[in-house]
Design a protein around this ligand. Structure first.
Ligand code: ATP
Ligand code: MG
Length: 261
């Protein structure tokens, strides 16, 4: 099992050293955190780095934001995604419609295997209903583009449709299986849920290859932690990060262990 794992630089200052070089190539990494912790900025910085510094093809699948909002917000960090789109190094997939697909009760009217169909529909719809593209699946779409970096932001918008734990787990597995076959390094964001002081571990965290937590501590400081990263040694201490004019910056020499829990 001593395979050499290729690392993909994140481009997030101070963070690559926490990962001993970057994310393991081709794996699926969860980026979880509370509202406003910087999940979208984190993922965009990862894409921007790949597209500008490594000439990679990148895809951002959005369930929350429209393309024009996204372009505008990212310009604040000097990231011109519109230009990258024109250069065919960036593709924005507006999947916000998926949230409005008829709910399970409606789809479930189809008599045989109603629930199974509801789930299949949901995943299919992400990748067939945008941009008028004719791609029939996410694998095909990512493969056709030859994308090396993919972001799905956020999975929580999909999962609330599955209150049943088993179905939710199956939906996550469907998405991950679809992304896994592509060879692209994928970031999936999710909303962290806390119960009082304690963070509740979600199934998407168990099912992904790696997980990053962005949090705001009681002191108001922002802290980033690598919760897990299969197959590679990492720095798992909480480290402070800042969101500034050039994006996210991690201070990997400062340890916030005693302040977080
Ligand atoms: N231009 C900027 N300069 C510095 N900080 C910024 C700038 N723009 C946004 N921020 C900070 O980044 C945070 C939002 O980041 P982002 O949208 O990535 O968070 P998020 O975790 O994706 O939020 P949500 O849960 O709403 O999707 C804001 O709370 C704000 O503090
Ligand atoms: Mg966001």
């Amino acid at each position: 099992m001593n395979m050499v794992i290729r690392k993909v630089e994140t481009g997030i200052a101070g963070f690559d050293s926490m990962l001993r070089g970057g994310f393991p190539e081709g794996r699926m990494i969860l980026v979880t955190g509370g509202p406003g912790t910087g999940k979208t900025i984190f993922c965009s910085q990862f894409l921007h780095h790949g597209a500008t510094k490594q000439e990679e093809k990148t895809i951002y699948i959005s369930l929350d934001e429209t393309k024009s909002h996204f372009f505008e917000e990212m310009l604040a960090f000097g990231w011109n995604f519109r230009e990258l789109e024109q250069d065919n190094r960036f593709t924005f997939v507006d999947a916000s419609d998926v949230r409005r697909i008829p709910d399970q009760a409606k789809v479930g009217r189809i008599p045989v295997g109603g629930k199974e169909l509801a789930r299949a529909r949901l995943i299919d719809n992400i990748f067939t209903t945008f941009d008028g593209t004719k791609s029939s699946s996410i694998e095909r779409f990512i493969g056709d583009l030859g994308a090396q970096r993919v972001v799905l932001d956020s999975i929580s918008g999909l999962l609330f449709r599955f209150p049943n734990a088993w179905e939710k787990r199956q939906a996550i597995l469907d998405i991950m299986e679809a992304l896994d076959g592509t060879g692209a390094t994928c970031l999936i964001t999710s909303e962290a849920i806390s119960m009082g002081e304690e963070r509740q571990v979600q199934p998407e965290e168990y099912l992904s290859h790696g997980a990053i937590l962005l949090q705001t501590l009681g002191t108001g400081e922002r802290a980033v932690r690598v919760l897990k990263m299969r197959g590679t040694e990492v720095d798992s201490a909480p480290r402070p990060y800042r969101i500034g004019g050039t994006g996210i910056e991690v201070h990997s020499d400062i340890d916030l262990t005693y302040k977080s829990r």
